[in-house]
Design a protein around this ligand. Sequence first.
Ligand code: SAM
Length: 277
Amino acid sequence: MPELVDPLPPLREVIAAHGLSAKKSLGQNFLFDLNLTRRIARSAGPLDLVYEVGPGPGGLTRALLAEGANKVVAVERDTRCLPALAEIAAAWPGRLEVIEADALALDEAALFAGRRVRVAANLPYNVGTALLVKWLTAETFFWDSLTLMFQREVAERVTAKPGTSAYGRLSVLAQWRSVPKILFDVSPRAFTPPPKVTSSILRVEPLPAPVAEADLADLERVTEAAFGQRRKMLRQSLKPLLAEASIEAAGIDPTRRAETLQVAEFAKLARAFAARR
Ligand code: SAM
């Protein structure tokens, strides 16, 4: 017998009662395992104000509340899920607010108005990556931590270190002013329906300051150009942005390839690019 998280019916019953068959177009793969959802919820802590994206029928939402979240603000775009989420809100009075919206279009800084938030989400891969980039490129972070389910391969790209084939734009963006870490893997069998690949829980925490000074837009420009032609030397891949002499003046050997550069070295190149304009 699984441990109960609340007086609500088991998720499989909720899904049957509300006709919530998983929709492929919305990237729906639901989690039913209470031990797993509670483990993810604990990983997202300490749980005070939580922003959950894509609650679906509410497996993770229920675990977040049961693990002690004072308030969960959940954003879901599939209106079919709203009645099931309303039942959870009724079981936890004042603790769950559901917003029907596309999370990609939401202005979280305005929504949370300076309150610090822990983000937790099990999202479709493409939406998850787009949201991660949106949250990492926000002028100021509205979040104290991000705890997100990703395909293992994407989580590896976010956490990759220089000199590895997974190291790229996403790694530099994530590691410039935050620290990403893979906490644990989740088997395809944990989901209904099961996806094709293994997933991982990724946790990202902001740094007090970026690892090296740079303008974010400039950092993105040089990183994009350098990794756009990752097999080429920097003197070639960065040609449209920086002369070989400027790369050298920044203290970087222009015969190196993007993959070998530390995040702080990309910041140096971003500063050199800013100085040239
Ligand atoms: N959190 C639930 C769980 O773990 O069982 C559902 C996970 S399912 C992989 C992803 C959920 O995200 C679905 O309910 C889907 O409708 C929702 N979703 C997909 N794109 C979204 C978007 N752009 N904004 C908000 N929710 C979205």
